[in-house]
Design a protein around this ligand. Structure first.
Ligand code: ADP
Ligand code: ASP
Ligand code: MG
Length: 814
């Protein structure tokens, strides 16, 4: 005989029940079959809700009954041929009337014991098994319904009753011995006490019912049919990359289910384990998928089989100097918890015995506090023990595998992975059998912790980078193009997957936690919600993705003021915006400090020379012990473009305007022409060389006339370039007469920095600088005679975007 159990989602609709019938049909051609069914998906919750409403004198319980009634009647109508419906519908209504009377009683006396609650929820399985058995009969299957309440006997621990196996096994054995039908349909979850009162086996208990029947009948296999294709390496609803485990041992499956893998109710394994009957977990909606085979010894020797987690945990800590060396403290602590029937999920005790730390369910937190504080009231009064510390909203994550003990370094890898992703670990436990390493973390970190552990232990080490991009103008737009183009290359060659999770322009912000489609983002962004940078931060924090990167493509101070908030959330910052690094020194230093403290890179290569590797080179020089003595540089692609194109035939105004059109100037050209942009760049280089310098320390000998310097708007400023044409022409003519070219030069020498327009003679390395190129000369201890020179295109959207992209990849390679 085979036992097949179908869970709530497998029987949630008539369409699904038809799938179940087909699966049973296929299996029954060469086996006798016991079919254990859950209540229709969602019905157990509705029944419990109705009970609570009735108990609170809330008439809405009638509304819940109505929903329950409608669903069952509708499904029966869809499954049973019209001519035969009346007797089936009559039986269902009969059962629903009994349910209604029970709830009426609860409503009248305002009391709901576990015993009455069991009576109420039992209707879920009684109804579903009846409907399914009738539907099978009308599908020409030789099926009969057997009420499990006649077979499974329990104690009186209502809502979570313990099975009395001696009696139960005899009843099951004798029923199946005498049964001649090919298929027996049985309700899961429900049972009776010895006195004949309705009891249940605990939430998820239909799996257990099936296991009990499997063991008692010595069936050849137990098949658990559910809505996923097996037991996965992690909860597939939270970890998208999780995959079904092909085979696994009883012990491992038990450990995973105890630590939250809901796909199997934890007590299920014990009865079949003793008889060594295999369990298979299968998908009702993808019957061909292999599923997971659970046996005594699995052939899979991976040290880690899966990662599971339990939510809604509270950490309680009992500590105090009075606990050291005194026997009996833990006995009293656990005694108090056991008195209150509080289940303990994890225990750790420091070897100093100064504290004991325990994880329990959130719902037990208040009871535990009262019970333990009262147990230790004397010691608390004497200040030997502190009042119990209670911290709610935690979770336990557990790595599970039989073969962990023969592998070193697993816990090291687990904790370093969590550490790298800034997941704070509150408590750790590892059993001596080493089948399980568990850690308590904060609820908010669950998704990140599971995904990063899954990546570390199960995935082909592809690193996922999650980008939150502010600004999709010239530079941002190019960046998106480049990311799109490189996607496949990065995955194949660098094992880096870049996902853009959010995009903003100046008005709107678009989020998609599965990654925005880079072929189609413009329209969705137009139609997205209004930009609100506070909300943006909230969303980034709530998503709490590992390897999150905030990318700033703007030139706005208000955006650069947000970096600290992101770094503090361990979100890396990549920016082409120079304002933060050239703001006051303490702010610059603070951002660097936060980046180190929160393990979140802060990269700004494009602040100087766009995509040229200037800052990275400088960092490498300094890190390897070199010292910078002097920097000479032409750092303004815009000014270089302007002075390379400004000659007798052109007007200064036209050239500046052209530079703007080609994207070589900042949105406000005054920032370039006043020299401020170059000041910021040399300031950043000086700081990166290790010098404490402020923008106000930099000498700026401006070539602009007074009227241009005083212009109040971009338009006014541009106008002065026309009216002051003679001033600019004179500068140009003078240089030409000296056979020189004009270059805007920045210099850092001996701790001092200055910027200004210089006449450069033909023998100087700056003389032949084309277009918008930049050049930097580093004079250092190692490069003292011949400087280290970096030269190339230093402005423009495409090269700036590529510099940002390189910073992003740097984080990926890290
Ligand atoms: P059923 O109603 O069939 O008994 P359950 O909802 O009890 O189904 O269990 C199946 C669910 O268990 C899946 O839909 C999935 O969300 C959840 N689950 C949690 N952890 C795991 C895991 N490691 N593998 C598979 N499913 C898991
Ligand atoms: N119907 C019960 C529940 O939802 C039992 C089960 O489905 O396993 O918990
Ligand atoms: Mg279940």
């Amino acid at each position: 005989m085979k036992v097949l159990k179908f869970g709530g989602s497998s029987v949630a609709s008539s369409e699904n029940i038809n799938k179940v019938i087909n699966i049973v049909k296929e299996n029954s051609s060469n086996h006798k079959i016991a079919v254990v069914v859950s209540a229709l998906g969602g019905i157990t919750d509705l029944l419990l809700e109705a009970g609570n409403l009735a108990c609170n004198s809330d008439e809405n319980y009638k509304y819940s009954i109505k929903i329950i009634e409608d669903r069952h009647l509708q499904i029966a109508r869809e499954l049973i041929p019209v001519n035969n419906q009346s007797s089936v519908l009559g039986t269902i209504k009969n059962m629903l009337n009994k349910l209604e009377s029970t709830l009426e009683g609860v409503f009248l006396i305002n009391e709901l014991s576990n015993k009455t609650s069991d009576k109420i929820v039992s209707f879920g399985e009684l109804l579903s098994s009846y409907i399914i058995s009738e539907a099978m009969k009308f599908s020409q299957l030789d099926a009969v319904l057997k009420n499990t309440q006649d077979l499974i006997v329990t104690n009186e621990n209502f809502s979570n009753a313990a099975v009395k196996f001696e009696k139960t096994n005899v009843l099951i054995e004798s029923f199946f011995k005498e049964n001649n039908n090919a298929i027996v349909v049985l309700p899961g979850f429900v049972s009776l006490t010895e006195k004949g009162e309705v009891s249940t086996l605990g939430r998820g208990g239909s799996d257990y019912t099936a296991a009990i029947i499997t063991a008692a009948t010595n069936a050849s296999i137990l098949e658990i049919w559910t809505d996923v294709s097996g037991m996965y390496t992690a909860n597939p609803k939270i970890v998208k990359q999780a995959f079904p485990i092909k085979d696994i041992s009883y012990q491992e499956a038990m450990e995973l289910s105890h630590f939250g893998a809901k796909v199997l109710y934890p007590p299920t394994i014990q009865p079949v384990l003793e008889k060594e009957i295999p369990i298979v977990i299968k998908n009702t909606f993808d019957a061909k998928a292999d599923g997971t085979l659970i046996t005594k010894i699995s052939s899979n020797t991976n040290p880690i089989k899966g990662i599971s987690h339990i939510e809604d945990m509270t950490l309680i800590t009992l500590e105090g100097s009075g606990m050291i060396g005194i026997p009996g403290f833990s006995k009293r602590l656990f005694g108090a918890l056991s008195q209150e029937k509080i289940n303990v999920s994890l225990i750790t005790q420091a070897s100093s015995e100064h504290s004991i730390c325990i994880a329990i369910n959130n719902s037990d937190a208040e009871n535990a506090k009262t019970a333990i504080d009262s147990e230790f009231s004397y010691e608390i009064d004497q200040h030997k023990v502190q009042p119990l510390i209670v911290e709610k909203n935690n979770a336990i994550i557990a790595l599970v595998g039989d073969h962990m003990k023969s592998h070193q370094g697993i816990s090291g890898k687990m904790f370093s992975t969590l550490g790298k992703n800034n997941v704070n670990i509150r408590a750790i436990a590892q059993g001596a059998s080493e089948k399980n390493i568990s850690a308590v973390i904060s609820h908010k970190d669950i998704k990140k912790a599971l995904n990063s552990l899954h990546a570390a232990f199960f995935e082909d080490q592809t690193k996922e980078l999650n980008l939150f991009i502010v600004g999709v103008g010239n530079v941002g737009g190019k960046l998106l193009e480049q990311i799109k183009k490189q996607e496949d290359y990065l995955i194949e060659n660098l094992k880096i997957q870049v996902r853009v999770i959010a995009l903003t322009n100046s008005k709107k912000m678009l989020f998609n936690e599965d990654g925005i489609d880079l072929d189609n983002w413009k329209l969705p962004l137009e139609n997205a919600e209004n930009l609100d940078m506070d909300l943006f931060h909230e969303k980034v924090t709530a998503l709490n993705f590992r390897n999150s990167i905030f990318v700033d493509n703007t030139a706005n101070e208000s955006i650069s003021n947000l970096y600290a908030d992101y770094l503090k959330e361990s979100v890396a910052v990549v920016t082409c915006n120079k304002i933060a690094c050239s703001s006051n020194y303490s702010n610059y230093l603070n951002l660097k400090k936060l980046a180190r403290e929160y393990n979140a890179p802060f990269l700004f290569e494009t602040n100087v020379g766009a995509g040229l590797p200037i800052i990275d080179t400088l960092k490498n020089l300094i890190a390897s012990g070199d010292k910078v003595s002097k920097i000479q540089a032409v750092l303004s692609g815009s000014l270089n473009f302007i002075f390379n194109n400004f000659n007798e035939q052109t007007s200064f105004y036209d050239v500046v305007q052209q530079a703007g059109i080609e994207g070589f100037t900042e949105p406000d050209p005054r920032i370039d022409l006043s020299g401020v942009d170059v000041m910021r760049k040399i300031l950043i280089l000086a700081r990166e060389s290790g010098t404490k310098l402020e923008l106000s320390d930099i000498e700026n000998d401006s070539f602009l006339p007074k009227s241009s310097l005083e212009a109040n708007s971009v338009a006014d400023f541009m106008e002065t370039l026309k009216t002051e044409a003679i001033h600019f022409n004179k500068i140009q003519e003078k240089a030409a007469n000296h056979n020189c070219r004009l270059k805007y030069v920045a210099e850092f020498d001996n701790g001092n920095a200055k910027v200004g327009l210089k006449e450069i003679s033909p023998d100087h390395p700056f003389y032949n600088l084309d277009g918008s190129d930049n050049i930097v000369l580093f004079f250092t201890e190692r490069y003292s005679k011949q400087p280290l020179i970096i030269k190339g295109a230093g402005a423009g959207a495409a090269v700036t975007a590529s510099g940002l992209f390189a910073d992003i990849i740097r984080i990926g390679n890290n």
